[in-house]
Ligand binder design. Sequence first.
Ligand SMILES: [Zn+2]
Ligand SMILES: [Zn+2]
Length: 140
Amino acid sequence: MPKTATKHKVTVEEAMEDLRQATIKSTGSPGVSAEAQRAVEQLNELYTENKEAFTAEDVRFANVLRGMLGNRLAAHAPKATHTKKAKRKGDKLDHCWRCKTPVDERFCDNCPTCSEKAYQWRVCPVCNACGCQRAGTVLI
Ligand SMILES: [Zn+2]
Ligand SMILES: [Zn+2]
């Protein structure tokens, strides 16, 4: 297809499909990570522009895919042992709510956007989940 001056506006369905395809391919190859990153950015942009274009099922499914994608890409990395971190005051889970990775020493970033004095949200190193997605301020 010839490139036109106006950028093709992707629909939610197309963007969801891009993420689904990247997630499928991520099992076989770590090389898909750039494509996956684009799919994630694309969906987050669409979500920022118009949250209403996403059904509750879209949001749920996009997060399932994003969690799977994180796990699959991480599985290509060399095996390493991790040290589990103890639950902090206020932690409801001892694992990432989205990709289920147990909270270990890699969970060292707190999200400045959704953290409060009373509770600091950790950012998952595997799928990048934090309280932002939980609160619906960011899609995935
Ligand atoms: Zn995660
Ligand atoms: Zn956050």
